[in-house]
Ligand binder design. Structure first.
Ligand code: TYM
Length: 331
């Protein structure tokens, strides 16, 4: 691996990886990997508070790994593994519990969102909340702190979690000395919250995603389903409020982006035409990746080999860190 900053990011296998995951996190990690050590893992333990079927978790984990392995990461710099293969992460989670204030968990966006939903529905505030969901940020802090991560490329929805990891590391270091590095989130401008088909944040829970490796015909169908207003082709349109443009800008060149925005503003380009341009651009970028993805899905032994190789190295780094943490806490 090359020297420099250590980048780390994780992806939860609760469904197929989508454009939001790619634009918000994966692509930045892929760029980082060209010059820097980069850890990227399938966060299968994080799926357990919601997905109750082992086969689904396992299949989604393979799909996630196949996506990662298709995007052009510099694999010489990358450690790829499945989170559950690293025993030290369970241990560090348990140890970090002791320095994590409960109030921090109460303030976590995902927990608060559930509480708000329950309150609005007249239910008990904690209805449907298990400890996996409640302590989710501690597991995520363990992921990040275990490897002395410098930078965590993520979408905006994960910013608070990375800040919590930093806070937890700070609490720990204040008590036990300088054991953990303080990580920083990296969120790309205009890419922190990619909109989905209905204009809300693209998210599996809103059922509005475009899967990154959807076959061509499905990709086209999804793009054609992006919700628009009722403006006629002749009417001027604001690119900044259009999900079509918000997605296009991440795949096109600077000149193409400027031309597209200009055509929208001037009027004369209808939404149907805009969607066709978006589909063609996105498809041209994703086609070679999709071919590699399909090859890997047909040859899962290649994914098994990659998981095994990554886990072996990651385990050594993680075990060394756990030994230091135990020494600091237990003598
Ligand atoms: P997850 O699996 O929900 O999402 C993976 C990454 O994709 C980003 N993302 C988006 N970015 C922009 N626009 C969107 N619409 C969009 N939707 C998702 C997320 O911000 C995330 O970066 N808890 C994490 C997984 C995780 C992790 C970690 C990440 C576990 N341990 C340690 C970083 C470091 C999660 O559920 O992400």
């Amino acid at each position: 691996m090359s020297e420099g900053k250590l980048y780390l990011t994780g992806l939860k296998p609760t469904g197929e990886l989508h454009f939001g995951n790619y634009i918000g996190a994966l692509r930045q990690a892929c760029i980082a990997s060209q010059e820097n050590k980069t850890i990227i893992f399938v966060a299968d333990l994080h799926a357990l508070n919601a997905v109750r079927d082992a086969k689904t978790v396992r299949e989604n984990s393979y799909k996630a790994a196949a996506v990662i392995m298709s995007l052009g990461f510099n694999m010489d710099n990358v450690l790829l593994f499945r989170q559950s293969d690293i025993d030290s992460v369970y241990k560090l989670t348990e140890l970090l519990m002791n320095v994590t204030p409960k109030g921090l968990m109460d303030r976590a966006h995902s927990y608060k969102a559930t509480v708000d939903k329950n309150t609005a529905a007249g239910l008990d505030v904690d209805a449907g909340v298990n400890m996996g969901l409640y302590t989710y940020p501690i597991l995520m802090a363990a992921d990040i702190l275990l490897y002395d991560t410098d930078i965590v490329p993520v979408g905006a929805d994960q910013k608070q979690h990375v800040e919590f990891a930093r806070d937890i590391a700070g609490h720990f270091n204040a008590i036990y000395g300088n054991v953990f590095k303080l990580p920083e989130p990296q969120i790309i401008e205009n890419a922190g919250i990619l909109p989905g088909l209905d204009g809300r944040k693209m998210s599996k829970s809103y059922d509005n995603v475009i899967p990154l490796m959807a076959p061509e015909s499905e990709l086209k169908k999804k793009i054609m389903r992006i919700v628009t207003d009722s403006k006629t082709p002749e009417e001027p349109k604001d690119p900044e409020t259009s999900a079509i443009f918000q997605i296009y800008r991440h795949f096109a060149t600077m000149d193409e982006i400027a031309t597209f925005a200009e055509k929208f503003r001037a009027g004369g380009m209808g939404y149907g035409t805009a969607k066709t341009i978006l589909f063609e651009k996105v498809n041209s970028v994703l086609k070679p990746m999709r071919e590699r993805y399909e090859h890997l899905m047909a040859n899962p032994q290649e994914i098994d080999a990659a998981f095994a190789k990554g886990a072996e190295i990651a385990r050594k780094i993680a075990d060394r860190k756990i030994a230091k943490v135990k020494k600091a806490m237990l003598g």
